[in-house]
Design a protein around this ligand. Structure first.
Ligand code: CA
Length: 568
């Protein structure tokens, strides 16, 4: 049933596209660089910048203080009753995300949005693009999209878009033309006369035979042929696409899909020097177009490898997959030390704090399902990353504890707005069935429940927005004889905070806090600013060490506290 429905949806999108995409015959009469788009104003004769021309790192952009929210447009809110989420639907729900008024506390408080792919695509998810200079007509018009940007910006919300450039759709006119060996588009993709005896990066088949008899490189699947980044026209086109969305449309940056595979084919497939160089070059294009633009990469590997892409010369930020695994696995275990270690690794490789944190995204099992429905653990995990260093990204629905396990459609189901029919997502049956639990778990019901996971998210995001020490303060894990306590000292320029959460299943009391050394010295008053009220005095010796300070409160399982240290 589900599969059939997807095929029907896919066909519908293809039918829409046929009418609005230039015919291949017409394309063939133009050179590739001429045929990109009628709407772009940027010259296609621009020189490709040299990698050596990289500008000085401009750290601490707006994103440093942001809390992002990842939205799958198709599943967020349907404004026009066709069962498919859309741009106008997001506009209607912006006040839920952030109403732009710092004096209200009924909104989630996020300050940036990552939109999953918004370009025309034959798939439901959009990670195979057929036209890079247009928006998916199922989501609305370019006018609708620009209105979304305007309404978001009014509320202080930045918007970045998914940038899917490693590959196109096999239905993209570029690839359709590329079948013809005499076409200017042929070299835009990677071809081989024989099927190379080389597996893809994770052991999969990566070569498929096209209608022209040749084999093409496609690491994700046959419907997503990889672009050939050795081709100068491909590079200029990607640069022009970047300029188009930043300059002509007005997005605030890009989330780069599959970033580690751009320059890859045959047996050199990921993290190649050419790929790293490409991002240094692209950075120049992006920052020259908009110095405030933000780029974050999906480089799904260990933090050490990821660090080769960052450091102020390549991507602004990388998603910390190791850290995500550590938070989830060690809250589950529970072993707070493992989380501290993962944060320290991230800080070691990204000492400027320019890394992006998350619990799950559209490719992984939802948090609530990972914890088997344990709301306390979901709240603990949220508290840890929303009070931790880095730039947090909340996956839509995470804040109400939506459930979902693979296949992918089930972790991308429609947002559960209410217990009404169709979950308040639409007035009709949605493109994909809602989770069965929407009547018990939805925004409307959680809104008025002070103990709901939604209100926990609201409160902790508000804390983060109000306290720079949580965003950018130094991260100093404290030791405790309560092994399942997660206590962290955050030393900012203007304030010093300590975050505490009992990660275990049992209540704990008389827990000690100790620290080997720090920049602090003398007596500080310690007073909670969120969570159970308490006050005490904590003393640091001449080396900034603390020895056996006893917490004056007991902490129940899952209980969280944020306290402030003020020099006496
Ligand atoms: Ca719709």
């Amino acid at each position: 049933m589900r599969m059939l429905k997807r095929i029907v949806i896919g066909l519908c999108i293809v039918l829409v596209l046929v009418s609005c995409t230039p015919k291949p015959v017409e394309l063939a009469t133009k050179t590739p660089s001429e045929s990109q788009t009628e709407t772009q104003e940027t010259s296609t004769t621009t020189e490709i910048p040299e990698a050596t021309q990289v500008s000085a790192p401009d750290q601490a952009g707006w994103w440093t203080d942001a809390v992002f929210y990842e939205i799958f447009v198709r599943s967020f809110y349907d404004s026009d009753g066709d069962g498919v989420g859309d741009f106008q639907g997001i506009i209607e729900k912006l006040d839920y995300l952030n109403d732009g008024d710092p004096n209200t506390n009924g909104d989630l408080g996020i300050t940036a949005i990552w939109l999953m792919p918004i370009n025309p695509s034959p798939s439901y998810h959009g990670y195979d693009i057929t036209n890079y200079f247009a928006v998916n007509p199922e989501y609305g018009t370019m006018t609708d999209f620009k209105q979304l940007l305007e309404e978001a910006h009014k509320r202080g919300i930045h918007v970045i878009m998914d940038f899917v450039i490693n590959h196109t759709s096999s239905q993209n006119p570029w690839f359709v033309q590329a079948q013809d060996k005499t076409s200017g588009f042929h070299d835009w993709y990677v071809w081989s006369p024989e099927k190379p005896n080389v597996a893809g990066p994770w052991g999969q088949n990566a070569w498929y035979q096209a209608g022209n008899g040749l084999f093409y490189y496609a690491i994700f699947w046959s419907g997503m042929p990889d672009l050939n980044f050795k081709n100068a026209q491909v590079n200029q086109t990607i640069f022009n696409i970047s300029r188009f969305w930043l300059d002509n449309v007005g997005v605030d940056g890009f989330r780069v899909d599959a970033a580690r595979y751009l320059h890859g084919e045959f047996d050199l497939q990921q993290d190649t020097e050419d790929t790293l160089t490409w991002f240094r070059t692209w950075r120049q294009v992006v920052k020259d177009t908009n110095p405030e633009a933000f780029t974050v990469g999906e480089v799904w590997t260990d933090v050490k490898t990821q660090s080769r892409y960052g450091g102020g010369t390549g991507l602004d930020s990388l998603f910390m997959f190791d850290l995500s695994d550590a938070i989830l696995g060690n809250v589950f275990a529970p072993v707070p030390l493992g989380i501290m270690g993962a944060y320290e690794d991230a800080i070691y490789y990204f000492p400027d704090g320019q890394f992006s944190t998350f619990l799950t995204n559209h490719d992984t099992q939802r948090v609530m399902s990972f914890f088997g429905g344990n709301v306390t653990k979901a709240k603990v995990a949220a508290f840890i990353y929303l009070t931790g260093p880095g730039i947090p990204f909340v996956y839509y629905g995470e804040e109400i504890g939506m459930v979902g396990s693979k296949p992918d459609e089930y972790i991308r189901t429609p947002m559960q707005w209410s217990a009404n029919e169709h979950g308040g997502f639409s007035t009709t049956a949605s493109w994909e069935a809602l989770n069965d639990n929407y009547e018990d778990s939805n925004v409307a019901d959680q809104d008025g429940d002070p103990d709901s996971i939604l209100n926990l998210y609201r409160e902790v995001i508000a804390l983060r927005n109000a306290h720079s020490a949580l965003r950018t303060g130094a991260y100093l894990p404290l030791q405790s004889d309560c092994r399942q306590l997660y206590p962290v000292l955050r030393v900012g320029d203007d304030e010093i905070l300590v975050t505490l959460v009992n990660v275990g299943r049992l209540s704990m009391e008389d827990c000690t806090l100790s620290l080997g050394s720090s920049s602090l010295s003398g007596e500080y008053s310690l007073q909670s600013i969120w969570g159970e009220a308490f006050s005490s005095t904590i003393t640091f010796d001449a080396n900034g060490a603390v020895s056996g300070f006893v917490l004056p409160i007991a902490l129940e399982a899952g209980q969280m506290v944020v306290a402030e240290l003020i020099k006496k």
